[in-house]
Design a protein around this ligand. Sequence first.
Ligand code: ATP
Ligand code: ZN
Length: 304
Amino acid sequence: MSPPASAAARDRLRIAIQKSGRLAEPARALLAACGLSWRESRDRLFCYGETLPVDLLLVRDDDIPGLIADGVCDLGVVGRNVLLEQDGDRRSNGRESAFREWRALGFGGCRLALAVPEAWHWEGPQQLAGKRIATSYPALLSQWLAGEGVDAQVVLLSGSVEIAPRLGQAEAICDLVSSGATLSANQLKPVQTLIESEAVLAGPAGGFDDVRGELADLLLRRLDGALRVRNSKLLMFQAPRNLLDELLPLLPDAEPPTVMSLDNGDGVALQALCHGAVTWQRLEELKRAGARGLMVVPVEGMLA
Ligand code: ATP
Ligand code: ZN
């Protein structure tokens, strides 16, 4: 199966996700948690939506903002770092924003950071004046430098940015960091965060004025439910009614609980949807405060 040749058929929604890489599997898993399923094509570039008219296009992450701008795809799952860089690039070339972040998705977390040799005593952005900074994010770095009023040279590299100082190509770098292990392996240290990033659902700067608008709304509602449910647990226990005032504040970020009277006197059974972490420690606190028969149940789906 191959995608329709033109973008004229506007009764299906087309979502671009990374073909392989860090965001590929979590993006698929999240969309599957929204009830989508696909028939795979043999070349695995286009997946035809079965349960809903929502198809997938599997591409390189860097292509996703452009595919949305060109109307080839309607939505995409991409790192905020890529989206903001390409938006910055468009605007620095005098073009309007054509895409924007619709939702943060809670995976693929990292930050775009400035890193300098470990031996430097970091005194602030002005220390970069006259220096060369290697990066794959020239628009975001230039914006930040301009904001700080620092005149430094941006050296564009497409990969292996972290070895640029050792190769004598630059004094500092601006790159994605998650654990920081790559930096320290190259005797560099992060000194400044430019952007906190994670995977986002990207869409056009405007909306859709045909049936895709309804499909996108449906998807967003399911996505919000799936994101909310992701860390949520149903907490159930029993307790004497007169202890409720002490127990309720211990529920981690809970929705108003359902409290049911038990047949045997003044006992209640309580269930609460908790969005905060239900840790062992929290369960022990609840038990000390009089809760009995504590049970934590994963939540499969939720529709507000
Ligand atoms: P592609 O072949 O699609 O171009 P890629 O090599 O550019 O893949 P990945 O390395 O898979 O992309 O990273 C995709 C996204 O994952 C990044 O843009 C970023 O948003 C996020 N990410 C999370 N942690 C990190 C990290 N430690 N290093 C790089 N990217 C990270
Ligand atoms: Zn890429």
